[in-house]
Design a binder for this molecule. Sequence first.
Ligand code: ASP
Length: 292
Amino acid sequence: MANKCLSVALHGGAGAKRARDYSKEIVHMRGVIEAARDRLTAGASAVDVAVETVKALELSGLYVAGRGASANTAGRYELDACLMDGAAGDAGAVAALQGFKSPIEVARCVMVETPHVMLAGEGAALFAAEHGLEPIADPKAWFTHAGTFEDNHPPGKLAHGTVGCVVRDEQGRLAGATSTGGVFGKLPGRVGDSPVIGAGAWADGTVAVSCTGQGEYFLRTSAASQVAFRMRFLGQSVAQASQAVLDEIKAMGGDGGLIAVDAVGNVAMPFVSEGMKRAALTTDGEIVSAAF
Ligand code: ASP
């Protein structure tokens, strides 16, 4: 096994629509991948790079996560995120978190500082405050509304957006992370797949996965862990397993995409939606960044 090969992929959500111009996001994603490559080359761990990459996407305000998240029907911003460390088998997550700039940082803090995997709602916000994570002083000034309901609402479907990252570091460790504002027009308290380990993200010794799409379908198919189990128990490649999971979601009436990296650094980035903002550094050192 080539131990020196490092790979990183990110997504900015599978809610991309052909009518919109994503040139700004494509340039931004390339820059974020370059920064991730530099960190990995300097010896950073897969977990650190996954968190820093997702944080950069959250803080940019360009995607429907973190600063770019959309409000729920009550006008509040309830954000979801999760992280899994494939080498240690550890995970951390927050659901329906309000008031903090980087949900993925709070998820990492849950993983590192508590015996739990997920904190939700008020408890998650109290925990984040106690651990000194950066609060949002004024939500009206902070959120950028990167995606508007009108721009993103295909008839009959829940429009959505998310960010995520999967990494294989130089030591062969895998990590996956996902963060989202969820679907447009969601009810207060609605939690999608993104903070659910095994649905919105997964990492073990075989593969790291981050999903994006209509979360209800990814929850009902355990999408992220299903990729790993298909590889482990059916002997499928990362590309075959990823596509099979999305085919199942499409057959159920859902849409979306995912990014995945396997133990030797092969990257898969399939989608069954109109587009998926995505970028990756592949094992041959190439960077790709695209929306369709
Ligand atoms: N999966 C996210 C959710 O349902 C949305 C997305 O990925 O676009 O909350």
